[in-house]
Design a protein around this ligand. Structure first.
Ligand code: PDD
Length: 284
């Protein structure tokens, strides 16, 4: 089954969609991206992703070639053309094609690519069993708040996890967990407090994170935004991750040590329920 993808203003069969070999996304990872989930054919938190995209582009002094309204239109069109009920829409914008030179080109046209990925997200086996996570050093660059396509280290982290018989890796810098390879990381302390690293340049400002923390506070759960260590996480009552593609996912093992009961805990389970309920109501 061939998908219809979007490239620079055109909707094309995926086999016909092409980007230049001189594209700076290809040569320099000079590009940013977003992943927006789709449930029941509707977009989850589109506005949050569009706003973060605009911020990532601005931080890299890259012109924003699409308005939020145009972007919404393209997302909707892809959902319709691909008959997408559940899954993700991947969006990437690069600085465009220009002869190879480290300095930014003056007149390159940004490249805009979007495609769909049909996936079952809500009914996830990992949500029932929980995930196993290992820790790895965080050796990424210092501007992780910009959602760039430089994802080689996160890929290496996922492979290291796979080799270790785990599902993912949490990255550690200066003794503290920054985030997961493609998600934000949380623990629930013995006193029931939800702890996740504060926002800064060290982590991506997750759109799911913002929503989940808002729902947690509305449900009178206590939230503390501060760094935590691997040792503290191993002693925690629960742990979980959040991202657009996993929503809220329990973590039940860290570096071989079971967390809490070693099964998905009530806080993560409840937050997943609330998140799905509320975002489905607000989906566009
Ligand atoms: N990843 N941290 C990192 C490093 C991420 O790559 C992501 C998202 C998140 C969570 O952000 P959000 O809640 O806005 O999805 C945190 C996406 C899903 C990906 O790379 O596929």
């Amino acid at each position: 089954m061939s998908r219809t993808v979007y490239v620079n203003g055109a909707y094309l069969p995926e086999e016909e969609a092409k980007v230049s070999v001189f594209d700076r996304g290809f040569l320099f990872a000079d590009g940013v991206y977003e992943v927006t989930s789709v449930i029941d054919g509707k977009l989850i938190d589109f506005e949050g992703h569009a706003k973060r995209l605009a911020r990532s582009l601005a931080e890299l002094e890259m012109p924003n070639p699409v308005t939020e309204a145009e972007l919404l239109e393209i997302h909707r069109e892809l959902v319709t053309r691909n008959d997408l009920d559940e899954g993700m829409i991947y969006l990437q914008i690069t600085r465009g094609a220009a002869d190879r030179d480290f300095a930014y080109p003056q007149d390159a046209e940004p490249t805009v690519v979007l495609f769909t990925q049909a996936r079952s997200l809500v009914d996830s086996p990992a949500a029932r069993t929980g995930m196993k996570v290992i820790s790895i050093p965080d050796i990424r660059w210092g501007r992780r708040d910009i959602k760039t396509v430089q994802l080689l280290y996160p890929s290496m982290g996922k492979m290291a996890a796979k080799k270790a018989g785990a599902d993912d890796a949490w990255m550690v810098e200066g003794g503290f967990v920054t985030e997961g390879t493609s998600n934000n990381a949380y623990i629930v302390t013995r006193t029931g407090k939800i702890v996740t690293r504060h926002l800064g340049e060290e982590i991506l400002h997750g759109i799911t994170r913002a929503a989940v923390l808002r729902f947690a506070r509305e449900a009178q759960m206590e939230v503390e935004e501060r760094p935590f260590t691997i040792a503290e996480a191993q002693e925690a009552e629960e742990a979980f991750i959040t991202s657009a593609s996993t929503f809220v996912m329990p973590v039940v093992e860290l570096d071989g040590t079971p967390i809490g009961t070693g099964k998905p805990g009530p806080v993560a389970t409840r937050l997943r329920e609330i998140y799905l309920e509320e975002t489905r109501k607000a989906a566009t």
